[in-house]
Design a protein around this ligand. Structure first.
Ligand SMILES: Cc1ncc(COP(=O)(O)O)c(C=O)c1O
Length: 364
């Protein structure tokens, strides 16, 4: 199997580390029922929830590059960071495990939900070494401890949005272009995606430009402002463009600036991971009309922003809108039902289970 990125720029296939961990292309489909329910019948979805039978969502596209790099460098361990319910940490643990690598997770506080509890249980089930960092200083000490103890450790930044990892979403945009060319969907006027550690949005920005799509990429901010600054987004796109050009001079010399970045700010809520009423409504509307599961930290806020955009859209007409679904679609409920003994988790995170929020804990 090869990637649209490597088909377009074959020299990259020889130079960039990459290993196949996912199922491509991810399907696209029209959201007919949602469209009817809200009176805007040109909404589409890119189903990255189906990107893997093991653990899907957006992270695997980035991990294919970073874990290949880790393997090339002979690292038996990777380290990464996130909130206590991080999807990225779980995705890394699971996919690294498939390549016989172990994962150390440095986790910080976020609001508690059932989803957070489930992800912690799954982190442990898939063998992550979990460290809870109540503040940055402790996180730094724990990181140093992991490096001292494990030696050759590969660093994966929060959300997996390194320059190399985010190239996974450059490729994803080229994949979308092939689907547009094949007549599977119209060229989107807008893509709506969650904006967390920025790699998804920055990769799509660059990938759409390389693909010749006129699509505007709208990032829905779901992380704190200091994490998601507009400048970080276009700079990341420029770094990726530079890396690709370094390895293949036929990649055009593209430069992004502030005017290329479109961020929707109003759906974040009070803090990272906070549940918002608009997110809850979007989640239940999507579930009821399309039977597609969202979660409340990223994807529900993204759909809420798209629905709001449709309501208030500046121009008349009905441009095709594409919601990029970045949440894992593999069901872990069976696995969780047999693995909810949280006392096996490190003592430092057991406070997360003092309330029974996750379904599997309520069944105890
Ligand atoms: C489900 C989901 N969607 C979107 C994102 C955000 O993507 P990015 O970190 O590339 O901005 C994340 C990040 O963890 C995620 O877990």
């Amino acid at each position: 199997m090869t990637l649209p990125l490597f088909e377009k720029y074959p020299a990259l296939a020889r130079r960039l580390p990459w290993i196949s961990l996912a199922n491509y292309p991810t399907p696209v489909q029209k959201l007919e029922n949602l469209g009817k329910a809200i009176g805007y019948e040109n909404i589409w979805i890119k189903r990255d929830d189906k990107s893997s039978d093991v653990y899907g969502g957006n992270k695997v596209r980035k991990l294919e590059f970073m874990l290949a790099d880790a393997r090339k460098k002979g690292c038996p361990w990777v380290i990464t960071y996130g909130g206590i319910g991080t999807n990225h940490g779980l995705a890394t643990t699971i996919h690294a495990g498939r390549l016989d690598m172990k994962t150390a997770l440095i986790l910080i506080r976020q609001p508690l939900t059932g989803h957070v509890q489930e992800n912690l249980l799954l982190d442990a089930r898939y063998g992550a070494e979990i460290h809870y960092a109540p503040n940055m200083a402790i996180g730094a000490l724990q990181t140093a401890g992991v490096y001292l103890k494990r030696g050759n450790v590969y660093f994966i930044p929060p959300g997996g949005s390194s320059t190399l990892g985010s190239i996974g979403y450059v490729n994803a945009a080229l994949e979308l272009k092939q689907q547009v060319d094949a007549g599977l969907l119209p060229e989107p006027g807008y893509i709506f995606c969650a904006l967390g550690s920025k790699g998804t949005m920055a990769g799509l920005l660059l990938g759409c430009r390389l693909a010749g799509l006129k699509t505007k990429v709208m990032g829905v901010r779901v992380a704190a402002g200091w994490v998601t600054r507009d400048a970080h987004i276009w700079k990341l796109a420029n770094h990726m463009a530079g890396l690709l050009r370094k390895y293949d001079k036929s990649v055009p010399d593209l430069k992004f600036t502030l005017s290329d970045v479109h961020v929707i700010d109003e759906f974040f809520g009070s803090e990272y991971g906070a549940v918002t009423p608009e997110g809850e409504q979007a989640l239940s509307l999507m579930e009821r009309t399309e039977g597609i599961a969202l979660e409340l930290t990223y994807t529900a806020k993204t759909v809420a922003a798209m629905l709001d955009y449709i309501k208030k859209r500046p121009e008349p007409g009905s441009a095709p809108l594409l919601y990029w679904h970045t949440y894992n679609g593999v069901d872990f409920s069976r696995e969780l039902a047999g693995n909810h003994d949280y006392t096996r988790l490190p003592a430092a995170v057991q406070w997360c289970f003092h309330e029974k929020l996750a379904q599997c804990l309520q069944e105890e």
